[in-house]
Each structure stands twice: as structure tokens, then as C-alpha cells.
Design a protein around this ligand. Structure first.
Ligand code: UDP
Length: 328
């Protein structure tokens, strides 16, 4: 059985679905602080927190857990700057608590949801896994600190991990069973779709004088289901190789904020109002990743490489989500 910590959230729920499609049994542990119980459509569900050692003890005693996948981190960069303690308690201390309890119970395979924020300002593009690690905010620091702990655990103990450094997760399950639903929402694509659908007046463009062709930030958007497939491949890698690894997960193509807005106009057929706003502190002009290593070692090849298709699934989900919430 695979324990998915944070499996009621955006990325964790898609991983749960994909693991089931591959015949894996899953158990979701989620405190529902940001997740949604209705997203746990597969496997068993326990509501709880990884700070609760006795609950973790009970889980590892009761269930035959082969591997743990961990998604229950806080991810709001701005909030992490204002309240670093919150990030170090949850993302670092509680993760260590999980690792300690796993070790005690002999559970030795771990897949970690990491981020391209561990690189900080890129020195070379596309970013490869050996790029220097210089996070520029507490969120990125907390993720890098966990990676360091994992490296040390892997050297010292019978313990192996795969750390997956995501670029910008986007899109939704094309069957529309689950999708992106953050409260509050801070991500570009759902906010642009809010403006398209009239839920908001306009979308803010954070910075228009970046050193990029149209002056707006460039990011590498990767479909959440492609991320999910990479986790399944990482699980098999751990089962077959008994070796720890770190992989970037991105599409290798960059799109500017303006390009995303134009693509959303094309996909929705709606006009989108924008307004210029100040750059967000700590936002590098360009973040594009090389996923060559994941391709070569895991055989990961993203299916959703067309940004139009990625946004189409996000739009379909957005319409369904808000149709439902206005009816209820
Ligand atoms: N962005 C923007 N307006 C928004 C939200 C985001 O211009 O309302 C920009 C943001 O500055 C970044 C890009 O869109 O350059 C992607 O931001 P997002 O928060 O989706 O992901 P991040 O790259 O921060 O993980």
C-alpha cells in the first residue's frame, strides 16, 4: 500500500487517481486544511496531521505501507516570507516527524514533492538538477532543507528517496473528477480563467519590465497528470533500483504571462481584462527546466506538451467547479 500524505490536495489527488489506474492500493492522510475530502475518490482516507506522532504510529502499525509520497506542504511563497515559522514547522519539522516514524517502522521508500524554488535565481537555462541551489524565500529553503535531510538519511540508513522538483503544475484531470481548487487561489492560470469567466473584473500582471521578449515572466507549465505519471515511475524506480535520485519535472518550454493570457483567450473564446501590477518579490524573470534526466532514467515523457491542451482541461474544470458552487 502507498501512503499519500496530502492526497486530498491538487497534486496529491491526481497522483492517487493515477496510482489506482496502475493497480496500486492507496491510503490518503490529509488534515483537510487546504485539501478537499471529495477529492479522495480512490483508496482509504484518514483525516489527520503528520505532526500527530501517535496517529502515524497507528497507521504504520495497522497498514502494510511500502512507500510514502508526501504532498502536505504549505506552498504560498509570500506567506512564507511573512510567517517563516509556519513553513518551518509544517514543511520541515512535521516532515522530519514523518521520516522518524517511517524509519521506526522500517518503511524505507519516500517520494518527495519538491520544487524548482530550490534553485532560486537561475544562472543558466534550462535549469538542470546540478544547477546551484540558492532558494530566495523560506518556502524554497524549507524544501531544500528536507532534500538535505533525505540525502543524509539515504547515506546513513536503509532508506531511499526520489525528490521531484516540479516547475509550474497546471491543468486538470480530463475526466473532470478532480482539478485545481485552491483557497485562496494565487496561481496564474486559474486567476486568468476567473477573469475570463467574469468571476473577477481582471487579472493582474505582476511586472511588465522583465528582461523577456514581452516584459512579463516566463514559466514552464506542466500538466498535473504528467506529474502524476512521473510519481508512478519514481515509485517503480525505487522498487527496482534501491537508489536515491532527484529529478526536475517540467516541459522544457517557457510561456510568458502575456502568452498565457492570450492562450486563455483563445481557449475560452472570451476577452480577458488585465491590469499591470508591481512585480512579486522573489519572482525570477524566467524559470524553465530541463527534464532530460527524468526522461533518460525514469522514461518520463510528458503527454501534455501543448499549452492549449493543458489550459483546455483547466478551463473545463473551472467551469464545472464554479457551476457547482453557484448551485450549492
Ligand atoms: N502571476 C501574475 N498574476 C497573477 C498570478 C501570477 O502575473 O495574478 C505571474 C507570477 O508573477 C509568475 C507567473 O505568473 O511570473 C506564475 O505564477 P504562479 O503563482 O502561477 O506560479 P509560480 O511561478 O509562482 O510558482
Amino acid at each position: 500500500m502507498i501512503l499519500i500524505v496530502g492526497g486530498a490536495g491538487y497534486i496529491g489527488s491526481h497522483i492517487n487517481k493515477v496510482l489506482h489506474e496502475h493497480g496500486e492500493e492507496t491510503l490518503v492522510l490529509d488534515n483537510l486544511s487546504y485539501g478537499h475530502e471529495e477529492f479522495v475518490k480512490w483508496g482509504e482516507f484518514i483525516e489527520g496531521d503528520i505532526s500527530d506522532t501517535s496517529l502515524l504510529e497507528e497507521i504504520f502499525e495497522k497498514y502494510d505501507v511500502d512507500a510514502v509520497m508526501h504532498f502536505s506542504a504549505f506552498t504560498y511563497v509570500g506567506e512564507s516570507v511573512e510567517n517563516p515559522e509556519k513553513y518551518y514547522i509544517n514543511n520541515l519539522k512535521n516532515t522530519l516527524n514523518l521520516l522518524i516514524t517511517m524509519k521506526k517502522h522500517g518503511v524505507n521508500k519516500f517520494i518527495f514533492s519538491s520544487t524548482c524554488a530550490v534553485y532560486g535565481e537561475p544562472k543558466t537555462l534550462p535549469i538542470t538538477e546540478d544547477h546551484p541551489l540558492n532558494p530566495v524565500n523560506p518556502y524554497g529553503n524549507s524544501k531544500l532543507m528536507v532534500e538535505k535531510i533525505l540525502e543524509d538519511y539515504s547515506k546513513a540508513y536503509d532508506f531511499k528517496y526520489v525528490s521531484l522538483r516540479y516547475f509550474n503544475a497546471a491543468g486538470a484531470d480530463p475526466d473532470m473528477e478532480i482539478g485545481e481548487w485552491h483557497q485562496p487561489e494565487t496561481h496564474l492560470i486559474p486567476l486568468v480563467l476567473d477573469a475570463a469567466s467574469g468571476r473577477t473584473e481582471s487579472v493582474s500582471i505582476f511586472g511588465t519590465n522583465y528582461p523577456t521578449p514581452d516584459g512579463t515572466c516566463i514559466r514552464d507549465y506542466v500538466h498535473v497528470l504528467d506529474l502524476a505519471q512521473a510519481h508512478y515511475k519514481a515509485l517503480n524506480y525505487l522498487k527496482n533500483n534501491n537508489k536515491s535520485e532527484i529529478f526536475n519535472l517540467g516541459n522544457g518550454n517557457g510561456f510568458s504571462v502575456q502568452e498565457i493570457i492570450h492562450t486563455c483567450e483563445e481557449v475560452t473564446g472570451l476577452e480577458i481584462n488585465t491590469q499591470e501590477a508591481s512585480p512579486r518579490p522573489g519572482d525570477p524573470p524566467v524559470l524553465v527546466g530541463s527534464s532530460l534526466k527524468a526522461n533518460e532514467i525514469l522514461g518520463w515523457d510528458p503527454e501534455w506538451s501543448d499549452i492549449n491542451d493543458i489550459i483546455s482541461t483547466a478551463w473545463k474544470w473551472h467551469q464545472q467547479l464554479y457551476k457547482k458552487s453557484t448551485q450549492s
